[in-house]
Design a protein around this ligand. Sequence first.
Ligand SMILES: [Zn+2]
Ligand SMILES: [Zn+2]
Length: 273
Amino acid sequence: MGNKLVEFLSKLTTSSKEVTPDILILQFTIVNAYLVGKPNQSDWTLVDTGLENSADFIIQAAEERFGKGVRPQAIILTHGHFDHVGSLIKLSQHWDIPVYAHEFELPYITGEKDYPLADPSVGGGLVAAISPTFPHTSIDIGFRANPLPSDHSVPGMPGWKWILTPGHTDGHIALFHETDGILIPGDAFTTVKQESLLSVMTQSEQISGPPAYLTTDWKAAKSSVDKLSDLKPSLVIPSHGQPMKGDELTLHLDMLTHHFEEIAVPEQGIFVD
Ligand SMILES: [Zn+2]
Ligand SMILES: [Zn+2]
């Protein structure tokens, strides 16, 4: 039931909007994906792939932005959770392109390793309550899976670098564009209380830690938030919630790093000490 609810919600308010001249954010209610590249250029890259039913919308958005039949150079994954790889098999086959993820994350997209079941006992709302119904078993994209380059460059995204930000998952990465101060933090932190259906539906802004029901190492998660905060980003475009920038962002990130225990870490849960 939970999964159907998520799929239903994602279709209900699917939308896209340009956040910067070369980033189009695709919003599937509960999760975001990004087209990186300027309109009408043939060089572009897809970051994450939304849910299982997101492929058609992504292809359509890409055709509108870059032209019919223009394929991305690659798909970059922040990590392998179901709401980020939902349309990965379909899209990587459709375009016949390589997929890049951190080497620690590759087992989850090559059929070798499953994530643990989500933990509903972290509480926080209906999304957390139905989280055990979310897919957690590995998908297998076979030969198209590649490790990210060890020099931290991001294939198809010049000027960007990837940063290992474990905690939510072992091989979770964020993407940072240093000269513009743009940060794609993946699930390292969010700007919505992702556990709560009401917050997710209304997208009420509130800086939060990673989605709690799927986060397995809170100590590492805290270090990762510190690492990203130290970059002093001017704009963040998270996987869950709305983009945030400027003074509001600085204030919220500061609050999150200084009160991580209270804001992010659930009071109880399988992965909480
Ligand atoms: Zn995740
Ligand atoms: Zn996520």
